[in-house]
Design a protein around this ligand. Structure first.
Ligand SMILES: [Zn+2]
Length: 341
């Protein structure tokens, strides 16, 4: 390594990052064009992502937003192609960088090398991302197209299974080509597909359940946890009720949040300390007729332990805890996964 090669490779790295950034900008601008918020773009070593809190509603808007990333790369490749063709020995250079012929009889200058790299890498980014595998753009486009004839469930199963198969194939290819980056990227595709498959499976299981299946009714004379209680007092209240989560009240008997037994066990060292820092001072409230899946989604979005279910006149009906929902979803696979967390 010398400084000349260090600066050359760091310029290359910067260039590759800019291609990923242009890809993500393609998604983000297309989303804005379709009236969907695109909040931020995050770049990480193996790629990037444009964060969109919601998806476009119409089918063709959705396809357009997902296709816009690869299209931005194709546009860049076409520009590099055009400029390269205008260079001396342009046709030879294009053929070389597209690997149509393996040997090059001319020596490319720096500009030609950069143009060739821009051409090859952007085509790779475009067509690599168009593979019909979740979570790649191609998989998302395919899912959007399949959703109308087959529904959310079947289309998700198809693209995630394709993601697992294509991901394993790419990992195998990367292993044989001695390309660790391809193996890691392929592993990421498999992992994301397995997670999305599981996610779909959980949503299906929950869709068949109601709030009543996980509702915990307040018991008579139930000991409430108050913000001025100590850790020891709170642990005693957990033992008395046997509940995994308890509501926390302020001095005016208004609920302010929840406290989880597992959190106290793991984090509380001093039993005489106040329980307040271990409480989550936020909770979701829901009506008794709400859809369980919708309530769970609100709990997950708010990142809290549970929801308080109240009736039309504000009277307390009971609680729904994520702990209980997890038990409802429990399978041997999930239990195994939790051991890894
Ligand atoms: Zn993309």
């Amino acid at each position: 390594m010398n400084w000349a090669s260090v600066s050359w490779w760091s310029s290359i790295a910067l260039l590759l990052f800019s291609f990923v950034l242009i890809h993500e900008l393609g998604h983000a601008l297309a989303a804005r064009n379709r009236g969907v918020q695109a909040e931020k773009i995050v770049l990480f070593p193996l790629g990037g992502g444009a964060y969109m809190p919601e998806q476009p509603k119409q089918l063709w808007s959705e396809v357009f937003v997902y296709a816009a990333g690869p299209l931005a790369n194709i546009l860049l490749a076409v520009i590099a192609w055009g400029i390269l063709l205008l260079r001396p020995d342009g046709k030879l250079l294009v053929a070389f960088y597209l690997k149509l012929s393996g040997n090059l009889v001319v020596f490319p200058g720096i500009l030609d090398q950069l143009l060739g790299l821009t051409l090859a890498v952007n085509l790779l980014l475009a067509f690599g991302n168009l593979l019909p595998a979740y979570p790649l753009d191609g998989g998302r486009i395919l899912r959007a197209l399949l959703r109308h004839p087959f529904g959310v469930r079947v289309s998700t199963v198809i693209v995630t299974v394709l993601g697992i198969i294509i991901g394993l194939g790419l990992a195998w290819a990367g292993w044989h080509l001695g390309d660790p980056l391809l193996v890691v990227g392929a592993g990421f595709i498999v992992m994301m597909s397995v997670m999305e498959y599981q996610n779909g499976w959980q949503r299906r299981r929950l869709a068949g359940k109601t709030l009543q299946d996980v509702l915990r009714m307040p018991q008579k004379l139930q000991p409430g946890v108050y913000t001025n209680n100590t850790v020891a007092e709170t642990i005693r209240k957990f033992e008395e009720t046997g509940w995994p989560v308890l509501p926390v009240f302020n001095q005016w008997n208004e609920q302010i949040g929840f406290v989880e037994a597992a959190v106290l066990q793991e984090e509380a060292v001093d039993l005489q300390a106040a329980v307040r820092p271990f409480c989550e001072v936020e909770f979701v409230s829901a009506g008794p007729d709400e859809n369980l899946l919708a309530v769970i989604e609100r709990i997950v979005d708010a990142n809290v332990y549970g929801a308080t279910i109240t009736g039309g006149r504000g009277q307390l009906i009971g609680y729904v805890f994520t702990e209980d929902v997890m038990t409802l979803l429990d399978t041997p696979f999930r239990r195994m996964m939790r051991r890894w967390e």
